[in-house]
Design a protein around this ligand. Sequence first.
Ligand SMILES: Nc1ncnc2c1ncn2[C@@H]1O[C@H](COP(=O)(O)OP(=O)(O)OP(=O)(O)O)[C@@H](O)[C@H]1O
Length: 473
Amino acid sequence: MYNIVQINDLNHYKLIFEEILDMTEDGFVVTSTDGTILEINTAYCNFLGTTKKKAIGRNIGEFIKNTKMLEIAKTGMKEIDTIHELVDGQQYKGDKFIFVTRSPVKEKGKVIAAVAQVKFRMNTLKLTKQLLKQDKELKYYKAELQRLRESTFDLNSIIGQSKIFMESRKLARKAAGSDLPVLISGETGTGKEVFANGIHNASYRKSNPLISVNCAAIPGNLLESELFGYEEGSFTGAKRGGKKGKFQLAHKGTLFLDEIGDMPLHMQAKLLRVLQENKIEKIGGYSPIDIDVRIIAATNKDLWQMVREKKFREDLYYRLNVINIKIPPLRKRKEDIMLFVNYFLQDLNKKYKTDVIITQRAKEVLANHKWQGNIRELKNVVESAYVLAENNYIGVKNLPSNLLTCSVDENTTVNGGSLNRILSEFERDIILETLIENNYNATKTAYDLGIHRTTLYKKMDRFNIKISRIVKG
Ligand SMILES: Nc1ncnc2c1ncn2[C@@H]1O[C@H](COP(=O)(O)OP(=O)(O)OP(=O)(O)O)[C@@H](O)[C@H]1O
């Protein structure tokens, strides 16, 4: 009861009211119907270069020459977020415009006062800038999330049915079930990073970060700060507030050290110490920081050979090489080539809502290529052929010329198949490609193929080649 009596006290109401008005950065003013300032908050006083004491009791017109408060009191109409331009000689703190919401206060339908809320342009601008910055950050994180989602492979969806590849995947599954260091070796573009992703995503650490560091891409002198971070002021050019290293960022998760063979020897020694002690020391830091990180390293070099040549520390080699997963090159898993071609093509068709298919002859060429750049090279070839495809077909002529000059392995056929079927598919492809080469001129195509035009039409019919742009002449 005592509290209610207190709050009912008008003076207490005023104090509470004043406190509320001073909580915001916006200006608030209350005037009587003739414009006398009854109440004003500190933010508005600051803006007008006055104090509450000086302002209360004076007319609002003395501060804002073209004030509209009297109009509000007269019309009894509310105005929301209108732009008010201050008259010349009345620019406060560089603000020529303010955003104002004005409202009459009524008792039994009669206006007894007017209130206004003023948003200062500078504050609004500051807020807008802040929002824009946040929006930019949000967009960045969205794009990053998208990138991560795209690069998120789980072990089951990693493509490959060849025996040799399935062995690697089986081992990766086992690795995911343990917390031991993994060394993934394989030629460039074989999918080492994809495997690292898969192992992390199948491990108990999957809800924590997987952080990648490409040891070859970071200059040796920067690798230490990249991996371990630094404290503020530890060297010229160090960022304010210091920087977290990748080890710290990967805490409770996985650190993927790509191209580990390119790590300079002095950094190898530091890495070894961290792996032994599970602690890092930031550059310029005083106390070690505990870290809990699972290491997956990858290399396309022969690390053991590097150990023999004293280019890689033997002790670090053993430390990293607890589980060794070798990813076979694509030329040793030819059965998988077509799986990849179909997978990448399907992906493009889905993305661009198309129905591009690949001719049998083009498939043959792809199946027999040596693929030194492995899956990365194959993906690029399919993408460029897709762009060059004509009439929804990828033919041999849409493939890069270096593929055509490579030797063809005579023993390879695509997915097996009877001689008749293979010959038919060849015939169909040759007809299709000659048509494309001759810009769909049927007479010229028939001539080039040494057949009559009617035979060409019959064959097109038989092979279900439908071309809308066929030219008869
Ligand atoms: N099983 C797979 N399924 C789908 N795409 C794959 C697969 N394996 C690899 N790729 C794709 O092939 C490309 C190369 O893969 P990745 O970067 O993992 O190879 P890498 O062996 O780590 O290469 P590098 O040694 O050059 O770093 C990537 O675009 C990746 O998405």
